[in-house]
Design a binder for this molecule. Structure first.
Ligand code: UDX
Length: 432
């Protein structure tokens, strides 16, 4: 099949590479000259494990084409995917201007006969109907369209695996022909098929992401109880998670959720709910707890740090990505700077992105051990693998004081006690 992706973020680029790898002819339309030039040369722009290899392989096979020109891609495509960003506006609502803008642009170039236009971007219920109206208004005579909603559930860091092995492929459309074409295109992917209407497909994505955020905030809420009562959050959640109705996955307490999806989507579904006169107190609580998780860590540092020189490990919003969008590290560093702390930080891949925000306000180091030298304490914000089994005795040797604030519960408190650390983690007894 010949298909087009409009947008080359995590969703657009990864999915385009995979469909090209299956032997399809894939066009990707971008709107920044410099980015398209880099992609053409095999530079994926984003850091995602093994994406570079997949990109290069399919560029070399000449199945994957990057362009700025809608005209080069749209007229030859059977399916056009919209995969542009829907960032939050100031009031939390999803900003749909890019979606509507590309819909207008692509409509002009639709060929005679049927083109399926499928939206992969996360959009509020009703958006695909608006896309349909724009396409019908701007399309040439003789062009037919069928609109579909195909939300994407990939995670950063495991995006390729997730795209190949989704739990479900959701296809929302009222058009039989569109459904057939999309089923055919997705046939090499694993996972159950969910065939549904447009509105349900749109709501499935928001429901999934707000449910995931709920699990994290609930785990964090229980960690607050544990800290006040002396209970151990890991034991509590392990025991509760043994109940198959509840489960244990995605219930790790820490410094809260970040990234380009969970924070934005919780805000957007809250705003949509308000607009629909639905009581959204529950959704507001998810976000409040997330902020409290960050405040908690800052309170501990403020209270127990023996000095103002702090080492930080981990800046990306989660491991295996250089993405720092809504990363807890940004808010935490800002607040620590306001409190007069000096920051020496390390991240395996996110230093460059963090530098764009803080410029010279913090010291970024490329060696994991460097920030520790003579620092008053170590703060851990992202659970990169390389921190998990690091030489703790060496950390103790390098730090001025053996104090660790662990926002991801990486180490065993008993062991930390034995090694002579003061160790503050989440929802577990502090080692003083
Ligand atoms: C998320 C959804 O998982 C994915 O299905 C959707 O398509 C996009 O949004 P992503 O943002 O890549 O994916 O990351 P995810 O793995 O969901 O983690 C989000 C945040 O939650 C991270 O900051 C992570 O550290 C945090 N998290 C996750 C926790 O604090 N505790 C957990 O138990 C799990």
């Amino acid at each position: 099949m010949t298909i087009t992706f409009i947008g080359h973020g995590y969703v657009g680029l990864v999915t385009a590479c995979i469909f090209a790898d299956f032997g399809n002819e894939v066009f990707v339309v971008g709107h920044t000259k410099e980015k398209v030039a880099r992609l053409r040369k095999g530079d994926p722009i984003i850091y995602e494990p093994t994406l570079k290899e997949l990109l290069k392989k399919n560029l070399q096979a000449k199945r994957l084409h990057f362009t700025l020109d809608f005209q080069e891609a749209i007229p030859r495509s059977e399916i056009v995917f919209i995969a542009v960003g829907t960032p939050p506006k100031d009031n939390g609502e999803a900003d749909l201007s890019a979606i509507f803008d590309v819909s207008r642009k692509l409509a002009k170039y639709l060929k005679r006969g049927l083109t399926v236009v499928a939206c992969k971007s996360t959009v509020p219920v009703g958006t695909n109907k608006k896309i349909e109206a724009i396409l019908l208004k701007h399309k040439p005579k003789g062009a037919e369209i069928a609109v579909a909603s195909c939300p994407e559930f990939l995670r950063e860091g495991t995006a390729i695996y997730d795209t190949l092995n989704p739990d479900r492929v959701v296809i929302g459309t009222s058009s039989k022909k569109a459904a057939e074409k999309l089923i055919e295109l997705h046939k090499s992917l694993n996972g159950k098929r969910v065939m549904t209407d447009l509105a349900s497909a749109e709501l499935i994505k928001y429901t999934a992401n707000s449910m995931l955020a709920t699990k994290i905030s609930f785990a964090n809420l229980i960690s607050f109880y544990c800290e006040k009562t002396g209970a151990d959050v890991e034991t509590v959640l392990d025991a509760v998670g043994l109940d198959e109705r509840i489960g244990r996955v995605f219930m790790n307490p820490g410094v809260g959720y970040g990234g380009s999806c969970l924070p934005k989507d919780v805000k957007a579904i809250t705003q949509t709910g308000s607009n629909l006169n639905i009581n959204v107190d529950f959704l507001k609580a998810i976000e409040n707890i997330n902020q409290t998780a960050q405040k908690n860590l800052i309170q501990k540092i403020k209270r127990y740090s023996p000095g103002k020189k702090i080492a930080i490990w981990g800046l990306s919003f989660k491991p295996d990505t250089d993405d720092i969008r809504e990363a807890p590290s940004i808010n935490i560093i800002n607040q620590l700077l306001e409190l007069g702390f000096k920051i020496f930080a390390y991240d395996p891949v996110a230093n460059t992105n963090i530098k764009k925000i803080f410029v010279n306000k913090i010291n970024l180091l490329t060696d994991q051990n460097k920030p520790l030298e003579n620092a008053d304490a170590l703060v851990i914000l992202t659970e990169w693998n390389e921190f998990k089994q690091t030489d703790l005795k060496n950390i103790k040797k390098l730090l001025k004081y053996p104090v660790i604030f662990d926002g991801r519960n990486l180490y065993n408190p008993q062991l930390m006690k034995k090694l002579g650390f003061k160790y503050f983690s989440v929802g577990r007894k502090s080692v003083l």
